[in-house]
Design a binder for this molecule. Sequence first.
Ligand code: BGP
Length: 496
Amino acid sequence: MYQNTTPVKFPKDFLWGGATAANQIEGAWNEDGKGMTIEDCLPYREVGVADFTKQFAFTSRDLEEALAAGPDANYPKRRGIDFYHHYKEDIKLFAEMGYKVFRMSICWSRIFTDPRDEKPNEAGIAFYENMFKECRKYGIEPLVTLSHYDPPVVLVTDYRGWYSREVIDLFEKYARVCFERFGKYVTYWLTFNEVDAMLRHPVTSGGLIEDRFTDIPFEQAIYQAMHHQMIASAKAVKIGHEMLPDAKIGCMMTKLCFYPFTCKPEDNLANQQRMRGIYRYVDIQVFGEYPGYLKKEIENKGYRIRMNPEDARILKEGCVDFVSFSYYMTSCMAANTEGLDMAPGNTVNGVKNPYLPSSEWGWQTDPVGLRISLVELYDRYRKPLFIVENGLGAKDVIAEDGKIHDTYRCEYLKDHVEAMSDAINEDGVELWGYTWWGCIDLVSESTRQMSKRYGFIYVDLDDYGNGTYKRMKKDSFDYYRQVIESNGENLEYSHL
Ligand code: BGP
């Protein structure tokens, strides 16, 4: 339990809301001219909770199988929660909770069936336009991610993902269309979700399949692809600023947080190195240049990254307006992990922290770590912050009264809201808003399960695609409404 040190209070224009991503909710994977994405090709696999690496292992053969798969094969992202056809009902429920902001992502392959097409797909544009209008109808501000883990499959079959420099131009064309067509509805934009993630799961972030890189070390290919994504992001920021002078364009990082396992200097050093690894690409997006330690890291590995002469200028001209991040859990670092218990987390493993409880998926929940993260980020970047993902994945059970009494989710929310409040009121952090991850149940990114539920709204669907897709409010639905209504001040949930 978090012990707040100051009374809970938020700025009056604080943006409360929920977060999702196209590939985890939309479904309708082959409707209205949508092209295929790499997420549509990720099969459901039964693996242990700590085994995210097995989920993300993806070969050319897996791709071939996916492309040939029939309608009975279990590719959960193809169905999502069918938000594509339920969006009006879902946004109405978000409005009922009082959302000020709704984070979602645009699927590149809906806007361009093939990213090489000259003209965008009008049916895809119409879907997002209608969705934004629906948000605006309720006074909900859309917060849009241009790319959340769903590279068009063509980038994988006909290019080598983000390793190919041509992808930058294709992305630029896509970003322009989004700014041009949706700019009247959208003020808050993010370029790439969890921009650091390509180093942990290269296929979903970069469209990189290891067996296609026999000519160079795969790790070098990832650094190269990251460079291209940095250039694409900087270009999108610059173009967005030019086309939409009022737009706020941010970066998005996985805010992992590690503690040294002991006070041994070696554990502290290991921790510092690990934390730097988390910041390296956001440093570029905020400061507009490679940090020295990243250049050294690449050099020490003996890699050379191809850069064009204009790249330094592009990076400088595309610095972000704010820093957004996901935050779920923390774990520890030790110089020597032999004999220590390990704990899984958000696509990372760390040494288990004996002072923290774990979720059913082994993620160690830690509201204090959120406060620490807010302070670290604000001190480092001096930019406004936005928490665009935070939440608890749990196995919800429908009780005998037909309801879902998810007080564990309310408790998690309360603790993190209190930690945010302290960061604002005691530590002086500028925080624009908070969007709970998976505000409606959705397909998990790391496990592709429906049974790992985050939502305030239950969706009747299981891991195998059985169910009615019916939506149902959980107890946390009323709780979040109360939290928003009181601008974070009424956090009592014992009445639920
Ligand atoms: C973040 C991703 C999200 C989301 C979340 C929860 O890293 O940006 O897409 O899924 O983690 O993770 P999971 O779905 O694996 O529980």
